[in-house]
Write a protein that binds this ligand. Structure first.
Ligand code: UD1
Length: 421
């Protein structure tokens, strides 16, 4: 049954909220289990819809996936397929991260062309060019990418045109099984890349430099299963920090590494919030005065994350003045802005810039989640809007946030999930 989230604005939030393991890491760690035949365990896995889809991708390949409390035991010893069907890939773009592991294990793969969030073109050219440099040959037909390695995988020196997260990951996962040395230049530096490299090394790979722009890989041909704990979700943490900035009287976020949130925390301070970080990784946020406008531009890590752009736009919407948000990572990632405008925000879009003139008060309205982060941000806006906001299309939010409504309610929000009319 379809559900909506109803939130009545005006409550102050306080208390502690714990974030889960990172969605964007867990999905790739799950895919990587294919590389080391046997039983791998991944801990700190969020209970979200995208993890269910990746579990189905693995099951389709012949893996056995057992779920415990935030833990997955994935047995990849008896895989009997290297094909990932359209029904699954069309639901989630991250399914494309199965390409690298299948190539590492079988030297071939057949993966449907991805769908997922409608946020820009999200092409695959860098994945393809990078893997081709390792000796992979591609054909596309009937909506599928067919990959093969007639002459085996060999090491290569490849420079990405843009530090794409997904392309860096696929290249790492195939490169570990290539003969000789692979160097990935202009690599993505996100914490999830480091997390994946750590897991690959625990499986017998030799990856150095993850987290820097140059990743060195020494190819190996023997991999084994491992036990790995997923890094904390910096985006979920950033989302609750914005909730704290909007209406918090002291919100503490646990479970993410504050070093992964350097720029968002700096922006929150510039915007008038008091943010303290503890030795245990706790991040506490309070705000006493008005929200001060600040300009933000999204960039690959360690730049400001595109996945927090919509949440910060909700904050800018009630700032005391004008701000500019520039989206540099994805085209067309401002669909959220038009929904926020329906709640009374004053936003003008000029190409990849959003000009936001803060208003005194947002007003509750029926709105629809345009995508995962945009949906989460509409709920945040509802926390400070006058009256009731009803957010529909919340299946987007369920893709990436575990118990979002319960966690906000535990902090004091007046919020509930209800059947859609
Ligand atoms: C991942 C995250 C997503 C996050 C993004 C950027 C997952 C499941 N998703 O997405 O939440 O917003 O990183 O931090 O981890 N591009 C190309 N050609 C390619 C690959 C990418 O042109 O071959 C472009 C995309 O269209 C986009 C930009 O590069 O404009 C960034 O994409 P990328 O870093 O690859 O993001 P994803 O891995 O898809």
């Amino acid at each position: 049954m379809k559900e909506v989230i109803k939130v009545r604005g005006g409550r102050r939030l306080a208390g502690t909220v714990k974030v889960e393991g990172a969605k964007n890491s867990a999905l790739k760690l799950m895919a990587a289990t294919v590389i080391g035949a046997g039983c791998s365990t991944i801990e700190n896995v969020p209970d979200i819809a995208d993890v269910d889809i990746m579990a189905q991708v693995l099951t389709t390949l012949g893996a056995k996936v057992e779920r415990g409390d935030h833990k997955l035991i994935i047995d990849t010893s008896a895989l009997d397929s290297y094909e990932t069907p359209y029904e699954l890939v069309a639901k989630m773009r991250a399914s494309i991260s199965i390409l690298g592991p299948l190539i590492a294990r079988y030297g071939c793969a057949k993966v449907a062309m991805p769908g997922g969030c409608q946020i820009g073109s999200r092409k695959l050219d860098m994945h393809i060019a990078g893997l081709e440099s390792l000796g992979v040959q591609f054909e596309t037909s009937h909506g599928f990418i067919h990959a093969s390695t007639p002459n085996g995988l060999h090491g290569a020196d490849f420079m990405l045109e843009f530090p794409s997260v997904g392309a860096t990951e696929n290249l790492m996962m195939a490169g570990i099984a290539a003969k000789g040395e692979t160097i990935i230049d202009n690599a993505a530096r996100e914490p999830e890349i480091v997390d994946l490299a750590n897991m690959l090394n625990a499986m017998g790979a030799c990856v150095e430099g993850a987290g820097s722009p140059t990743i060195h890989i020494e190819g190996r041909n023997d991999f084994h299963p491992c036990v790995h704990r997923t890094v904390g979700d910096r985006i979920e943490a950033g989302t609750f920090l914005v909730a704290g900035a909007l209406c918090g009287d002291g919100v503490t976020v646990l479970g993410a590494d504050p070093k992964h949130l350097n720029l968002p925390i700096r922006k929150l301070r510039q915007m008038g919030c008091e943010v303290e970080t503890g030795d245990d990784g706790a991040i506490t946020i309070k705000r006493h005065g008005e929200i001060i406008p600040a300009d933000i531009q999204t960039l690959p890590f360690p730049g400001f994350p595109t996945d927090l752009q919509a949440q910060f736009m909700a904050l800018s919407a009630i700032a005391n003045g004008a701000s500019v948000i520039t989206e540099n990572v994805f085209e067309n990632r401002f669909m959220f802005a038009s929904e926020l405008t329906r709640m009374g925000a004053d936003i003008r879009l000029e190409g990849h810039h959003a000009l936001i003139q803060g208003v005194r008060q947002l007003s509750g309205a029926p709105v629809a989640s345009p995508d995962l982060r945009g949906g989460a941000a509409l709920v945040l806006a509802g926390l400070v809007a006058e009256g009731e906001t009803v957010v529909s299309a919340i299946e987007h939010i369920d893709r990436g946030y575990e118990r979002y409504v319960q966690k906000l309610a535990a902090l004091g929000a007046d919020i509930e999930r209800c059947p859609a009319l």
